[in-house]
Design a protein around this ligand. Structure first.
Ligand SMILES: [Mn+2]
Length: 318
């Protein structure tokens, strides 16, 4: 598999750690400032050059820029304009060799946790979710509306993705619950994900295998990974413990998933795609800031752990 790391477009210490750990390929988060125009090739080139000058080749963008995607998921009055803008990203990505977009279809409420100070091993702090602590918002959307909005989006987008060789890798909902208050959710089970990626048959539509989401759904990874194998475009190497109603993140070696076994399973199923570590603990001496789950030291540990497991399962590559 191809070891990557998730990097913001403004250089920070995680760029150094990634390079120092041997990462050469980036999953990049595009700038979300008003001066970055996602339809402007020169803006992309500037970001791209920042990475390549540093020795990191961007290959995936994650997430789909929220300035577009929020409208697309909600299906509001800015949807069509947003989809038109999304089309314009694709030829630019093609020119730059960025092949994949990791996207999700959670409307109004995205990745959600109810706490960020649960004690994990040795007092490291992790994020967690407990449905009992969830406070509903005034937002509303139904599963039927979401399915319609999803279909509208991929029906429009896929022909352009096919033309430019860009893959759409669907990330499951996190937490994978059917509703949070009046906000319903649809990418909450293997069955629904299968329905989503088969709705319009295309080689350019597949999944981001966020392992812990499937585990929290209650799915059997030893069934899901072999069945989805050809549709797995990208892996979030993530561990956690609990279930979809109540769970928390863990160190990568300390959750419900046997991580070495899972890497051997990918290998057995010929899933040879980019992989990145996901959601790490806050370790001693660090500040959380606004980056719960994405702090540097836990990531450093996770990267080394993943790199070691990859070498153990695949042999030394360089
Ligand atoms: Mn994930």
């Amino acid at each position: 598999m191809l070891l990557t790391d998730y990097l913001r477009s403004d250089k920070d210490i995680t760029w150094d750690f990634a390079r120092q750990c041997g990462v050469k390929h980036g999953v990049i988060r595009l700038p979300e400032t008003p001066d970055f125009d996602i339809t402007d090739e020169t803006h992309w080139r500037q970001v791209h050059k920042g990475f390549t000058d540093f020795g990191i080749t961007p290959i995936i963008i994650e997430p789909m820029p929220n300035e577009l995607h929020d409208h697309i998921k909600a299906g509001d009055e800015k949807r069509d304009e947003s989809i038109e803008k999304a089309f314009k990203m694709l030829p630019i990505m093609e020119k730059l060799g960025i092949t994949t977009i990791c996207f999700n279809f959670m409307a109004h409420i995205g990745w959600l946790r109810t706490s960020s100070d649960i004690r994990e091993r040795g007092g490291a702090l992790v994020t967690g979710f407990d449905l009992a602590d969830f406070v509903p918002t005034d937002k509303k959307i139904t599963a039927d509306e979401l399915w319609a909005n999803y279909e509208y989006f991929i029906r429009a987008m896929l022909p352009h993705c096919e033309k430019h060789g860009i893959k759409l890798a669907l990330h499951p909902d996190d937490p994978p619950l059917p509703r949070l208050g009046d906000v319903e959710r649809i990418m909450i089970s293997y069955e629904n994900i299968k329905k989503a990626i088969n709705l319009i048959p295309s080689e350019n539509l597949g999944v981001t295998m966020c392992q812990a989401c499937y585990q929290m759904m209650g799915e059997d990874l030893y069934r899901v990974i072999p069945e989805l194998a050809e549709k797995i475009f990208f892996v979030h190497f993530r561990n956690a413990t609990g279930n979809k109603y109540k769970f928390h993140e863990t160190f990568h070696d300390n959750g419900d998933i046997a991580m070495a076994d899972i890497l051997r399973l990918y290998q057995k199923c010929n899933v040879d795609v980019p992989i990145r570590v996901d959601h790490v603990p806050l370790m001693a001496g660090e500040c959380q800031g606004s980056t719960a789950g994405y702090t540097a030291l836990g990531r450093l540990y996770a990267l080394g752990y993943l790199r070691g497991l990859l070498e153990a399962t695949e042999g030394r590559k360089e």
